[in-house]
Design a protein. Structure first.
Lengths: 104, 183
């Protein structure tokens, strides 16, 4: 575990990030978009923890930021689902292409 | 040994992330997301961040994913349930994601692993002390995380109250309620 190096974790995190981007570019379901956002946040978190493990100055900071990101992701998921439920009540579906009520 | 473990965990994580992207049904995507989150927490354990791995399992897998599954159940049955994007959209999105992935991989291959000292991550004790505002020994006294901790906790409280307010029970629309207005 000690000799694995920083790069494999960064590559895995880049893959998760690309999957998240692809997810919220190709899905129409709003909850699918939320899943893409979760993937991107997890990729960022993995970067934080990998840097905390391998850069001595960031040992504590990386973990602290990762905890904060996890909590904020939970808050974001709660608000997003509340908004999607409202949207579902008003539009009978969660297709994000129908969310154009504010379009001028 | 560590390489083999990391390879297994990384393959499982990346494969289930691909499953999230490629699965047509949103329920299957949620299940693939479960495996991805568990894989990320296993990666945290491999990195030596046990507290973060446990927090990931508890908060993400136990909390956020359950919220997502509830959202899937409460909003299912829409007309575009199995909607597939067009070929052109796949092409554009895929090329953008591939470009980003290549960029990030090239950037991270250029980074050398810093030669660290002892290498072990601090455990739960120093983490909790620094969240309580007590800095590490040898650090200046302003370098702890009491204020971010308080901000995040108050933020979480406010956000959860707001979410409960937003998601309160309302009538289903048949064109009678005005959208966005109070019930």
């Amino acid at each position: 575990m000690n000799d694995l190096g920083l790069t494999p974790f960064l590559v895995l995190s880049a893959f998760l990030f690309a999957c998240g981007i692809l997810c919220f570019l190709t899905k129409r379901n709003a909850i699918g978009l939320l899943m893409g956002v979760e993937l991107v946040l997890n990729a960022a978190n993995l970067n934080f923890v990998a840097f905390a493990r391998y850069v001595p100055e960031f040992k504590l900071e990386g973990q602290v930021f990762a905890v904060i990101v996890i909590v904020l992701a939970a808050a974001e998921a709660a608000v997003a689902l509340a908004i999607f439920l409202n949207f579902y009540n008003n539009h009978a579906g969660v297709d994000v292409d129908e969310a154009k009520d504010l379009k001028g | 040994m560590a390489e083999v473990l990391f390879a297994i965990v990384a393959l499982a994580t990346g494969g289930s992330a691909l499953g999230v992207v490629l699965s047509r049904s949103i329920v299957r995507a949620a299940v693939w997301l479960l495996f991805t989150l568990v894989g990320v927490s296993l990666t945290y354990f491999l990195l030596g961040a046990e507290f973060l791995g446990a927090a990931q399992l508890i908060v993400y897998v136990g909390g956020t994913l359950v919220l997502v599954v509830f959202g899937v159940m409460l909003t299912s049955g829409g007309p575009n349930q199995g909607f597939r994007p067009k070929k052109l959209e796949w092409f554009m999105a895929g090329s953008l994601a591939t470009a980003l992935f290549t960029l990030l991989v090239v950037g991270s291959l250029g980074l050398a692993t810093p030669t660290s000292g002892d290498g072990e991550l601090p455990g739960t004790g120093p983490l909790g002390l620094s969240f309580l505002g007590i800095p590490e020994p040898g650090r200046p006294s302003g370098s702890a995380f009491l204020l971010p901790f308080e901000i995040v906790s108050v933020h979480l409280l406010v956000v959860l109250i707001a979410a409960a307010y937003l998601a309160r029970a309302k009538r289903r629309v048949g064109g009678t309620t005005e959208p966005g207005g109070p019930p």
